[in-house]
Design a protein around this ligand. Structure first.
Ligand code: FE2
Length: 138
């Protein structure tokens, strides 16, 4: 279940790539414990992982502001994805209370799929636009 970091995941924006690698490392630590995770650990994991994820979203938002792209459709779509992620995590918190035995593995599958897709597709596209704008401004 581990995610192996590939050079292809890099967006070319160092701070974003560093944070993505850290997020993947955190996820991998949790994948190791997945089968033995209990409800308390799951909430702990959600808290720790998402604190870092929210910081990462803030970093992206800050980069977009700096580039003057806050109103661009690309960013509106992208920040919508971040909103969707927050909603899903809230849903998992609720689910964990009612179905603690099955929620951990569903949560881990969601995190694995969402982050891999977000990094490889959406963040890459966003950072490419950012880099293009920086090049034209230079
Ligand atoms: Fe993003």
């Amino acid at each position: 279940m581990h995610i192996e970091w590939k050079a292809d995941y890099n967006t070319g924006v160092v701070i974003v790539d560093t944070q993505h690698q850290q997020l993947v490392a955190l996820l991998n630590q949790h994948f190791d414990k997945e089968s033995s995770v209990d409800l308390y650990e799951m909430f702990q994991m959600l808290g720790d992982f998402n604190a870092y994820a929210m910081r990462h979203f803030d970093t992206e938002s800050h980069l977009i502001q700096e580039a003057g792209l806050t109103e661009s459709s690309l960013w509106l779509l992208h920040s919508g994805e971040h909103d969707y992620y927050r909603q899903r995590i809230d849903e998992f918190r609720l689910l964990a209370q009612g179905q603690p035995d099955t929620t951990a593995s569903r949560l881990m599958s969601f995190l694995r799929y969402w982050w891999l897709d977000h990094i490889q597709v959406n963040d890459k596209k966003l950072m490419q636009s950012l880099l293009t704008i920086k090049q034209t401004q230079a």
